[in-house]
Design a binder for this molecule. Structure first.
Ligand code: N2P
Length: 357
C-alpha cells in the first residue's frame, strides 16, 4: 500500500514538472514578423517552449503543408493560400472556446478573411498589409529628377526601372503577387506576353526578405516589397545612423496610386499538429491586445486585433500606408486562390521571368 502510494507520489512529482518543462509549440511564421521578446515572454508566462522557424514565401509553406507531417503546430499562410489549403482539408477546424481572446478581433478584418475561409472556421488574422515599393529617397530623387515616385510606372516602364539598376533593385519572389500587380497595371492588355521580360534586365535579385537590410544599408535603392518590411528597413537605417553617427539612409514606402495588393496573414493549426493545446495557447497569447500591439509596434504591420489599437504607437496607427484610411483603402485590391491549372501557368510565367527566358 505504502509502496503504491510512493510510486504514485513519485510519478506525480515526476510528471508535473516534467510535463510543464516538456510543453512545446512549433511555430512556422514569416521572417521579421514578431517582436522576439514576445516569444520569450510567452514562455515565461505559460511555461511552453517555442521552437520558432521562419519562411518568406507562401509557396514554400504550402509545399511543406501539402507534403504533411511538418511537425508545426501554428503556421501563418496568407489568405489566398489559406483558401486553397482549407479546400484540401489541411487545417484543423478551430475550437474557438480555446481562444478566449478572440473577443478582441477586428470584425472588419475577420469579415474580409471570411471571403477565403467562410465562417472564419480555420484561421485567426495575425497581421495584414500591402505590397508596394520601398525606395531610397535620395537616390530616387537623383534618378527621377524630382518626378514623384507614386505609381507603378516606375516598376513596369522598363526605361524608368532601368534608372535604378545601378543602385540595386530587388523584387519579391512571389509570383502570386507580382503577376497580379502587372496585370492590374496593364488592365486587360492582350499583348502582355513580353511585358515582364522588358523590366527583367534591371532586376538584380528576386528575394522576399533580404531587401530589408539591403534598403537599410544602402546596398540597394529599390524594392517591390511588403509595407511593414520597408518600414522596418527605415527604422533600421535610422538606428544605424544613430549608432554610427553617419547620415541616415533615407528609406520610404509608397503605395502606388494605380492600386496595390492587400493580403492577410493568419494563424492556423495543421490537422496533424503534434501539440494542439499549445498551439491554441500560442494563438490566444498573440491575441492579447497588449501583445498584438507590441508586435505591430515592432514590425510595422497592422494586426487583426481591434482592442490593440489603443496601445499602438501613433506613428504606426496614423500611417495610412500601414492602417489605410478610407481613401487609401479604395486603391487596394485582393486576390483569391487560383485553380491548379492557372497556378501552373503562373509558375511557368514566373520561372520564365526570373530566368529571363
Ligand atoms: C514578412 C512579411 C509579410 C508577409 N516579413 C507577406 N504576406
Amino acid at each position: 500500500m505504502r509502496r503504491v502510494a510512493l510510486v504514485v507520489a513519485i510519478a506525480l512529482a515526476g510528471l508535473a514538472p516534467a510535463s510543464a518543462a516538456g510543453r512545446v509549440v512549433h511555430v512556422y511564421n514569416w521572417s521579421d514578423y514578431i517582436d522576439p521578446k514576445v516569444i520569450e515572454d510567452f514562455t515565461k508566462d505559460t511555461g511552453i517552449r517555442v521552437v520558432y522557424d521562419t519562411f518568406d514565401s507562401n509557396d514554400v509553406l504550402e509545399t511543406k503543408l501539402l507534403a504533411g507531417k511538418t511537425g508545426y503546430d501554428v503556421v501563418v499562410p496568407s489568405a489566398s493560400y489559406l483558401q486553397r489549403l482549407v479546400g484540401v482539408d489541411v487545417f484543423l477546424k478551430l475550437d474557438k472556446g480555446k481562444i478566449p481572446n478572440l473577443k478582441y478581433v477586428w470584425p472588419e478584418i475577420a469579415a474580409r478573411l471570411a471571403t477565403y475561409d467562410p465562417g472564419n472556421l480555420h484561421a485567426v488574422n495575425y497581421m495584414w498589409g500591402t505590397t508596394g515599393i520601398g525606395f531610397n529617397v535620395a537616390k530616387a530623387k537623383e534618378r527621377l529628377g524630382g518626378q514623384p515616385l507614386s505609381t507603378w510606372d516606375v516598376v513596369f516602364k522598363p526605361e524608368l526601372l532601368a534608372k535604378f539598376k545601378s543602385c540595386g533593385v530587388h523584387v519579391l519572389d512571389a509570383p502570386d503577387e507580382i503577376v497580379p500587380a502587372a496585370l492590374n497595371y496593364l488592365g486587360i492588355n492582350p499583348d502582355s506576353k513580353n511585358f515582364l521580360a522588358k523590366i527583367r534586365p534591371s532586376i538584380q535579385k528576386f528575394h522576399s526578405s533580404e531587401y530589408i537590410n539591403g534598403l537599410a544599408g544602402g546596398d540597394i535603392c529599390f524594392a517591390v516589397g511588403w509595407s511593414g518590411d520597408v518600414f522596418q528597413a527605415k527604422k533600421r537605417a535610422e538606428e544605424a545612423a544613430e549608432q554610427t553617427k553617419k547620415p541616415v539612409v533615407p528609406v520610404d514606402y509608397v503605395l502606388p496610386k494605380g492600386g496595390a495588393l492587400m493580403w492577410f496573414d493568419s494563424f492556423a493549426i495543421p490537422k496533424d499538429a503534434p501539440h494542439v493545446e499549445e498551439a491554441y495557447a500560442f494563438i490566444d497569447y498573440m491575441m492579447r491586445p497588449a501583445i498584438a500591439a507590441r508586435n505591430s509596434n515592432f514590425i510595422s504591420y497592422a494586426n487583426g486585433n481591434l482592442e490593440s489599437q489603443k496601445l499602438i504607437d501613433k506613428e504606426i496607427l496614423n500611417n495610412p500606408s500601414i492602417y489605410p484610411d478610407a481613401e487609401t483603402m479604395k486603391r487596394l485590391y485582393i486576390t483569391t486562390t487560383y485553380p491548379p491549372e492557372v497556378q501552373r501557368v503562373l509558375t511557368r510565367v514566373w520561372t520564365r521571368f526570373k530566368t529571363g527566358r
